[in-house]
Design a protein around this ligand. Structure first.
Ligand SMILES: Cc1ncc(COP(=O)(O)O)c(C=O)c1O
Length: 370
């Protein structure tokens, strides 16, 4: 839907006479399907196929429910301290929120309402423009290069902030740390946000750079590499002035965004490095295996540093393939946006799930003919 169509649809809605004007012009983000039926192989929302760390599970299973009578710690000190220790920063450099989506929302509100537009890649996490509309932030989409390559030289122009995901989503490509450092050296007057939701699957984190550049904010999540999407916890690392900007927004919105279980289980999860390494390595090797099988079946995959592949077939249309897989109870993500509308975004599941995915594709009537 275009924005005008959304305004019209929202205005036609019977309830809309009660809506404020600002809400009538919003185009909400549409998350990937969370099916209610059983027997589905879910490769559509980049969740981790492995359970959370046994140490996090032990915290949840042993949780004393009597404690829930009280509010959770509004400062989330235990979790901030665990994150600070893990990333060798101080507590004052850490912000936590209800999923990195909430951390992102506060980031947009805190830093990006400026005279110049926010710069973001043309194809990236589609929640960014939604936040721009919500907070009335002007933005400019910067085209990606060949095969969706992010070129940070294109961001050397007046701006009210810069945000990109590294690795980018849904394109799965990563850029080198040196490129981010060069951007930061040139861009000193606005906040640069690197969304590292997928960084643990083979890319380099920019967290070290936050110690040298006070305008860099790095955002990560427990939803992907830590297998805790359902717990809804994300965090940001940056200079204390940026963190206190985020705290200012958070404390003007919700004092207690994380519940006790989230604080305690994520604190245990971040400390379990052995389990984290084992599961991320398994996902990386299954990703490489899946990419090879897909190439043999005539797919072209972008080089992925994430827990998903962004792939198109040489002859078959992505929308048709998505429908075929759906009919076989396998969900993958498809975006109808021109420019990426012939690609499928395929989350990496267990080796068994990916074997089923490949076996199912091999049974596609048009692939059998090739
Ligand atoms: C690039 C990117 N950033 C942020 C998020 C939000 O993750 P969460 O709110 O689960 O932390 C996602 C979710 O898929 C994502 O793809």
């Amino acid at each position: 839907m275009t924005n005008d169509e959304v305004i019209r649809a929202n205005t036609d809605n019977l309830m809309s006479k009660y809506w404020s004007d600002a809400i009538k012009r919003l185009t909400p983000y549409v998350p990937g399907e969370q099916p209610k039926e059983s027997g589905i192989t879910k490769l559509n929302t980049n969740e981790n196929p492995y359970p959370p760390s046994p140490k996090a599970a032990a915290v949840i299973n042993g949780f004393d429910t009597a404690k829930l009578r009280l509010y959770s710690d509004p400062d989330c000190t235990q979790l901030k301290d665990s994150l600070a220790e893990h990333f060798a920063v101080e507590r004052k450099n850490v912000f936590v929120g209800n999923g990195s989506d909430e951390v992102l929302a506060h980031t947009f509100a805190a830093f990006f309402q400026q005279d110049h537009p926010l710069l973001l890649p043309e194809f990236t996490y589609s929640f960014y423009p939604v936040y721009c509309n919500l907070f009335d932030i002007a933005y400019q989409q910067v085209p990606l290069g060949d095969e969706f390559k992010l070129n940070l030289d294109d961001y050397s122009q007046p701006n009210g902030g810069i945000i990109f995901a590294n690795p980018n989503a849904p394109t799965s490509r990563a850029i080198e740390l040196g490129e981010i450092e060069t951007l930061l050296t040139r861009n000193t007057e606005s906040v640069v946000v690197v969304d590292e939701a997928y960084v643990d699957f083979g890319a380099q984190s920019a967290i070290e750079l936050t110690k040298r550049f006070d305008n860099l904010l790095v955002i990560q999540t427990f939803s992907k590499s830590r297998s805790l999407a359902g717990m809804r916890v994300g965090y940001a690392i940056g200079h204390e002035d940026l963190i206190s900007g985020l705290e200012c927004v958070k404390n003007s919105f919700n004092s207690y965004p994380l519940d006790m279980l989230a604080i305690e289980s994520c604190s245990a999860a971040i400390q379990d490095t052995a389990y984290f390494e084992e599961t991320t390595q398994k996902i990386i090797s299954t990703r490489e295996w899946t990419a090879e099988r897909l190439s043999e079946l005539g797919f072209i995959n972008l080089p992925s540093k994430t827990n998903f592949l962004f792939s198109r077939h040489r002859f078959l249309e992505a929308a048709e393939l998505m429908g075929y897989l759906r009919s076989k109870k396998i969900l993958v993500r498809y975006f109808s946006k021109p420019g990426i509308d012939n690609y499928l975004r395929i989350s990496i599941g267990t080796q068994e799930e990916m074997q089923l995915f490949i076996d199912t594709l091999e049974q596609h009537p048009d692939l059998l003919k090739l």
